[in-house]
Write a new protein. Structure first.
Lengths: 507, 213
């Protein structure tokens, strides 16, 4: 554990800068004139944040976990930022997705929200990113709550900004707010109970103090935390806020939050299950095998099945997100290093494919003004690049070899068969077939149908602008690249999972 | 039994408020009323945290006198009690002190003992408090014997809850402004009417009667 911060070189301050840079950049954005300035600024900040994340990831992978003491107050009393491989991976994911979605967003955003709100929109987007990064980087349980609410509050506002074209965005944002607040409050109750039992808020310290403690207080705290975060990550029966919020939010917002916010919540639950609590405690064993694993499996099927019947492509993708969260919960529920590693691989990979898919839908929204599946008819002829991007990332979602989706499903299968849960392995394959149906349906529309000659979508349309295509294709390329070069994600995730299971805080 | 219930009245208040709040959120159709319920729910958590921070007989966590030097150095490590860091300044014997304090008013005793203790160390505190000649003085002296002069409540939950209150206010503000926008866009803030209108927007036909119970 590092001593008090004595040197003030920039590199030592990277963990703080990771959060502070977007936090400070956000209010500056509000002062900017409307037009391209806030967009350029936010994209620049996202790129800088991404660079910081990459530097941190490199540092952690090469030299081990970093402990940063905020304000020089030593843990466990001060707030500690603790970067190990697991959260370095999540940090890189969040800032990486931001670095691609923000540049993409401009054309899509001006067509979907009020132009006067542009500076506010980008400020909220930066705050949202700050919150997500903060949740991932902090080693303090209460700090998690604060950052979780920072990101959630800005997400409510961002979703509601879709209300200019469709008032349902407002209603969805309201429902999201109520559910999200209940989830966050449950989490705080859980943290309070743990504080009562251990007298500390530092996660690593909490882990030490919880050794051998299986009292009612700890069990109740555990239950509150699992349910609270379960709401935030849209664990199957608690997912009802998600489909409408993702469907009605502005396209760029959908792409960003679908790829990041539930993923960060998954990270939080992993962190608490495996780093703070003891995996071999009886209540956690029960929760893993009787709550998280079954709910993950049910979610995989139920949400995929609902997705098959959606006519709104964005809502279809949102339901598919709930199903994909089910895969991650399945990996977590196995309770083994392999399972968690597979869940982390899928966490990163799913973010890559969902971001690309939502960006493709955003391009269709821009040109055709609709996200109904009728608008996708004959798209391969009208917007070939967008359609190709959708098809490749869609295949990745199904899990076709040579894409990232295959890698994560392969890892999950390996973990299931290796962990005496072969039945779960068969169910993974079976539910992938449902993905074939709902993605295949759209692909069929795009490739085999002729563009409509009458109706609202009959107008001639151009390909999406280059500034949208480039970031979209960068993510599609990532889908293929990490599908072929599996060493990087798979080995990093394995090491990250080992760190999570290791001594408290992943030393 | 009755004693068991009454002794924990603060937790009952928390539970009743929490359940009332959640029930309002789930049962009311009016968006503003839902927010009121949500607020009540959050408030119960504030009370829960503040309850945690209270040390029996402890005074407000404001430094008394000039004894700032040793504070907070020996906290944490050696505590296993239910209050955890709640007895920060008391160190490991804090819980004993808390029990003794139930008998009398030790805070006063400690404060009385204070001037004599100033600069003379714990032994002097003991004598001074004993000279004071009452039970409270003894209790306080026992508590003081060692290093701590005054028993404080735990300030940390208060700090946490200040943050949570800010979050709660922000949530309410965002929620209410969404309710205003919903009212502007839909002309109502009743959930079932909103659902019916959303249904119609989704499927192009009015919601069938009794589609939702």
């Amino acid at each position: 554990m590092a001593g008090p911060v004595e040197s003030y070189s920039l590199v030592d301050q990277l963990p703080a800068l990771q959060v502070v840079v977007p936090l400070v950049a956000a209010p500056v954005t509000i002062l900017m004139p409307k037009g391209r300035v806030p967009w350029a600024w936010a994209s620049l900040v996202a790129a800088a944040t991404f660079a910081i994340s990459l530097a941190l990831l490199h540092q952690v992978a090469a030299y081990g976990p970093i402990s940063y003491e905020l304000g020089g107050w030593a843990p466990p009393w001060g707030i500690e930022y603790r970067v190990d491989l697991a959260n370095a991976l999540v940090l890189t994911l969040v800032s990486g997705v931001a670095a691609f979605v923000f540049p993409y967003s401009y054309r899509s955003v001006i067509s979907e929200i009020d132009e006067n709100q542009l500076p506010l929109f980008y400020a909220a987007l930066l705050i949202c990113m700050t919150g997500l990064l903060g949740v991932a980087i902090t080693g303090d349980a209460f700090n998690v709550f604060v950052f979780l609410e920072i990101s959630s509050l800005s997400t409510y506002a961002l979703v509601a900004m879709g209300g200019r074209h469709d008032r349902r965005a407002l209603h969805s944002a309201y429902n999201y707010l109520v559910m999200g607040t209940i989830g966050a409050t449950f989490f705080v109750i859980g943290v309070g109970l743990l504080y009562a039992a251990t007298g500390t808020l530092n996660m690593a310290d909490m882990h030490d103090k919880l050794a051998g403690m299986e009292t009612r207080v700890v069990e109740a705290g555990f239950a509150f935390i699992v349910v609270g975060i379960g709401l935030k990550l849209a664990m199957f029966p608690l997912h009802l806020w998600l489909p409408n919020a993702y469907a009605h939010a502005p396209s760029a917002v959908s792409a960003f939050i679908a790829a990041t916010s539930t993923k960060v919540a998954v990270y939080v639950i992993v962190r608490f299950l495996f780093t703070v609590f003891y995996t071999d405690s009886s209540f956690e064993q029960a929760a893993l095998s009787y709550v998280i694993l079954p709910l993950g499996v049910v979610g995989m099927f139920a949400a995929s099945l609902v997705a098959v019947f959606q006519s709104d492509v964005k809502r279809m993708l949102a339901y598919s997100s709930v199903a994909q969260i089910g895969y991650m919960l399945l990996g977590i529920g196995l309770g083994s290093v392999d399972g968690v590693s597979a869940a982390l691989v899928h966490l990163v990979n799913h973010a890559l494919m969902k971001a690309a898919l939502f960006m493709a839908v955003g391009a269709v929204m821009l040109r055709l003004g609709s996200r109904h599946c009728d608008a996708f008819a004959g798209l391969a002829k009208r917007m070939p690049w967008t359609a190709a991007a959708f098809i490749i990332s869609g295949l990745s979602l199904i899990g076709v070899p040579a894409t990232v989706g295959f890698i994560s499903k392969w890892q999950l299968l390996k973990a299931s068969f290796g962990g005496d849960a072969a039945w779960a392995g068969f169910l993974i394959v079976a539910s992938s077939l449902l993905a074939v149906i709902y993605i295949g349906r759209i692909i069929e529309l795009m490739v085999l149908r002729e563009p409509p000659t009458e109706g609202p979508h009959a107008k001639p349309v151009a390909e999406a602008p280059l500034e949208m295509l480039l970031p979209m294709w960068a993510l599609v390329a990532a889908n293929v690249y990490f599908g072929l070069n599996t060493e990087l994600t798979a080995s990093l995730a394995m090491r990250a999972a080992e760190a999570l299971f290791g001594v408290g805080g992943g030393q | 039994m009755l004693e068991f219930v009454l002794e924990r009245y603060n937790y009952w208040i928390v539970i009743i408020l929490m359940m009332t709040g959640l029930y309002i959120v789930f049962s009311r159709g009016n968006l503003v009323k839902k927010l009121v319920g949500l607020n009540l729910f959050q408030t119960s958590v504030f009370i829960f945290y503040i309850t945690l921070g209270k040390v029996a007989g402890g005074t407000a966590p404001i430094l008394i006198g000039g004894h700032g030097g040793g504070h907070g150095e020996d906290q944490g490590e050696d505590q296993g009690g239910a209050h955890g860091e709640g007895v920060q300044n008391g160190g490991s014997y804090g819980s004993d002190a808390a029990h003794a304090n139930d008998l009398a008013s030790p805070v006063d005793g400690a404060q009385d003992a204070e001037p004599a203790a100033h600069g003379d160390g714990a032994g002097a505190t003991y004598e001074a408090a004993a000279d004071h000649g009452n039970d409270a003085g003894h209790a306080a002296a026992d508590a003081a014997h060692g290093a701590a002069e005054v028993l404080y409540s735990n300030p940390l939950p208060h700090v946490l809850i200040l943050t949570a209150i800010v979050v709660g206010v922000a949530t309410t503000a965002v929620g209410l402004s969404l309710a205003v926008r919903i009212r502007e866009a839909y002309g109502t803030v009743e959930e079932d009417e909103l659902d019916a209108m959303d249904y119609e927007a989704e499927f192009g036909v009015p919601e069938p009667e009794g589609a939702r119970s």
